[in-house]
Design a protein around this ligand. Structure first.
Ligand SMILES: C[S@@+](CC[C@H](N)C(=O)[O-])C[C@H]1O[C@@H](n2cnc3c(N)ncnc32)[C@H](O)[C@@H]1O
Length: 377
């Protein structure tokens, strides 16, 4: 972009404004004026929300990991009983429950017992959410020194949770693959539903899901396209859990399981639609460039690629993509949350055209992009 005088002046103005707001005397004056007072209070409250975010998420984590949130489905309980059950003094348990109520997850009844509030109950109804919240413990440990994480000092817990990120494909312990596949499968239902709402797959003959995990996305595709067939391509260690799920869903006749690594093996041909669901953000640009090119080669002219994953905001920062997922993928070691425009550019560089980026109803679940291999290629 060309750096015009206006842009430079605008930038200086905003710097000057920030310096002004940062002056204690200006803050004092603002809180004495009616308009400034409202703004200072709103800013203060929002700053405090950011500052206490880690305490809020740890209280949420404690309610999930202890099983208290789920136990309250059976009815309200008091701090005394819960404290006894969890080996926590009653007055401290009361504090946890009050904290949960302050977050709108619990509600305190007139008798002093605590039950589930709407948001607390909703957490239990969202597939995979409890697992994701409990998994935050790994990420939380990596975030304890964010500057060390940014500098890339040392090992992270998430690198070990996702061993394939450094290309360990062939050497992954199947038990580790089973652990991450289960976590993904639980949350994939929501991702699959949002993706297919944004980009319905209609009239496809064969859909191949690359890095498809245990097949949740494909099962949603096949449920909606009763005549379609599917290929699930993922690391060989993931195949046993995929096989079990596909068989349990009665889809064994319609799904071909293909173990392999997209780093080393050619992708199978024959699919007219290929999907990459929560795959690209795991990997560096070099791996993604090679993968997109391999997908392009595997598709026939007119074939379609669907990418779906949480994405960064691009020109405008966005909370889920530029905070949570950006730091999560950084802690994995190789990944990054990319904006839809960046992914579109990478797809275009691989040869794709007709980019479409639908509006994401829940960007914290997923965003999506559709593109096509040109007919004349
Ligand atoms: C974050 S998980 C997403 C799984 C699934 N698509 C979902 O959304 O739940 C990434 C998947 O990519 C697979 N994967 C990673 N590296 C791979 C490789 N080199 N070849 C094939 N699959 C790979 C992993 O085994 C894993 O199943």
């Amino acid at each position: 972009m060309r750096d015009t005088g206006m842009q430079r002046r605008g930038f200086r103005l905003s710097d000057w404004f920030a310096r002004l707001i940062a002056r204690p005397d200006v803050q004092n004056m603002a809180s004495a004026l009616p308009f400034g007072r409202g703004m200072a209070r709103r800013d203060g409250a929002e700053i405090f929300e950011i500052l206490q975010g880690f305490v809020a998420s740890q209280v949420l984590g404690a309610l999930i990991e202890s099983g208290i949130l789920r136990d309250l489905l059976d009815g309200a309980q008091g701090a005394e009983a819960l404290g006894f059950a969890h080996g926590v003094p009653a007055d401290r348990m009361e504090q946890l429950l009050r904290g949960g109520a302050a977050l709108g997850l619990l509600r305190r009844g007139r008798d002093g017992r605590y039950g589930l509030a709407r948001k607390g109950a909703a957490i239990l109804g969202v597939p995979g959410l409890e697992g994701m919240i409990a998994h935050n413990r790994e990420f939380y440990a990596d975030m304890s020194d964010p500057m060390a994480l940014l500098r890339g000092d040392g090992d992270t817990r998430l690198q070990h949770f996702w061993p394939y990120v450094f290309g360990a494909g062939g050497n992954i312990d199947p038990a580790v693959a089973e652990k991450y596949s289960t976590l993904m499968a639980e949350s994939q239902v929501l991702v699959a539903r949002d993706t297919l709402a944004m980009l319905p797959i209609k009239g496809a003959v064969t859909v191949m899901d690359v890095g498809g995990g245990s097949g949740v996305f494909l099962s949603e595709v096949l449920r909606r396209n009763t005549r379609a067939r599917a290929v699930l391509f993922d690391l060989p260690q993931v195949m046993p859990s995929a096989e079990t799920r596909v068989r349990d869903l009665g889809l064994a006749e319609r799904v071909t399981l293909q173990g392999g690594s997209f780093r080393e093996d050619a992708l199978p041909r024959g699919a007219d639609v290929i999907s990459l669901i929560r795959v690209l953000y795991d990997h560096d640009d070099e791996t993604v460039t090679a993968l997109l090119r391999a997908v392009y080669e595997a598709l026939p002219p007119g074939g379609r690629l669907i990418v779906s994953e949480p994405m960064a905001g691009g020109a405008r920062s966005e909370r889920a993509g530029d905070l949570y997922f950006a730091f999560y993928t950084m802690a994995m070691g190789t990944g990054r949350a990319r904006s839809p425009e960046r992914i579109a550019q990478m797809c275009q560089d691989a040869g794709f055209q007709e980019m479409r980026i639908p509006r994401a109803p829940r960007p914290y679940i997923t965003s999506a992009l559709n593109c096509v291999r040109p007919r004349e290629s």
